[in-house]
Ligand binder design. Sequence first.
Ligand code: GDP
Length: 533
Amino acid sequence: MQSEKFPIVFAGHVDHGKSTIIGRLLSETGSLPEGKLEAIKNYCRLNSRPFEYAFLIDALKDEQSQGITIDTARVFFSTKKRDFVIIDAPGHIEFLKNMVTGASRAEAAVLVIAADEGVQENSRRHGYMLSILGIKQIVVLVNKMDLAGYSEEIFNRIKTEYTEFLSEIGIKPLGFVPVSGLNGVNISTKSSETPWYDGKTLYGFLDLFKAKEPSTKQPFRMFLQDIYRFTESGDNRRIYAGTVSSGTLNEGDEIVFSPSGKKSRILSIESFNTPHKTSVESGFTAGFTLTEQIYATRGELISKAGETAPEIASEFKAAVFWLGNDPLSPERSYFIKVGTARTTLRLKKITKLLDTSSLESRSGDKVGKFEAAECIFEAGKPLSFDTIGENQETGRFVIVSDYEIRGGGIILEPLSEASSVREVTAEERERRFGHKAAAIVVRDENFAAELEKNLFSLGAFVCYFPDYDLTSNPHEIRTMLKSGMLVLIKSGDDSLKDAKNKQSSDLIKLYEIKSGSVEAAVRELRENGILSL
Ligand code: GDP
């Protein structure tokens, strides 16, 4: 049994049966407080109302003061394999808001569609939201099958229609289950009502959900929250504190603050109220001291030197979901929060405006409530972040206006590098291309062409320049080397000698191949640390 509870959301159109299914699931997995079910049943009998599992959810919510199994919007249950927490049990608008703002993070979703009403606006909108939020593990329940006479045909029709919609937004559901929350059909046990269905029950699918890859494997990221000073006995060390979004940090690591580009090395890791640690990983709140005090400000994104650097830009492309009553407009100024960074934000352009239910593009220069759009934004100062494809934690933001969160989004692409921003480093190019930049001198033309082909097929950024006059064009070679290229040059002895003499002044690193065969030359480049492909 995993110790962490697996977070899932139940989504779908109002009244399609989410609460009923959750109530049923809690009851059938024995996850309810003792006597709760009987008490509600009794209450219904006394008041001559039919029993509904949805009442259970309401009753549980009322009981949070007793601290039994629920806080405002969280319900827990367990299968044999693991513990689950349902975040945002049906809460309609709040549900969307929490999802957009990242207040809740689900790893999987159960989407409920009622068989009698079929695919509705919210079925699509919620599906779209899940895709924007990167929740790809989805099971679709076609509920109220009792009202559809347990018809295989109706089930298949909904399945086809919704599968088509999901594929447009890049989601491939784990499966579709015909259920009746009311009658407990295919929730935790297979029912004879649907003999034509040979798939899993909801319960069966829950155990198929996979926990996400631990983000400890990703490059290290931590937004600087604050800097504290020791006050004891004249110690003027500073503790840089924050929560680790991804990766691992060890004592001795060299770190970089972005966007300022300042660098230093970790002297000690200071974890709070726990024994001393020499390393800290994603999910933990921690602080550290540095070998060299530097001035950094809240909101800077800390990464490790040598790992992929975060993006820095003040202009970027993003997908947003808007919640505010007043539309998102280029005429107003907003605030953006990315991690702990906060600055002003302006909408520059809407590149795509989507109706979240039909997924059809429409034109317009404002994003209305509950609409989604692809936009270009400009922040008041350079921000540091990752694109959502690179990092789920540091690739999202919220938009604030009048102290309220009005929208949220994910960053798709940085568009500008502000002038204060550092250049791409030689190390970054080296990591991307799998080799250092070098001017490699070979004697024979055929050999050069063959070596170029060989290196190219390995994935190298390589180019052979036949008859290149080394001595007269050092500037051009420098330009090529700056781009990270492996430059192959054929050269006679004399010009080579000349170039070598010039080398110290022009800082061109010439490498002369010694090997006789192309295979040996590739090996030689590897052995000399030029090639890592
Ligand atoms: P929610 O808004 O999605 O949470 O929907 P509820 O769970 O509150 O259900 C809405 C209504 O549909 C309630 O009156 C339920 O009793 C009813 N309902 C839920 N599931 C079923 C079902 O499988 N069959 C039938 N006939 N009614 C259902």
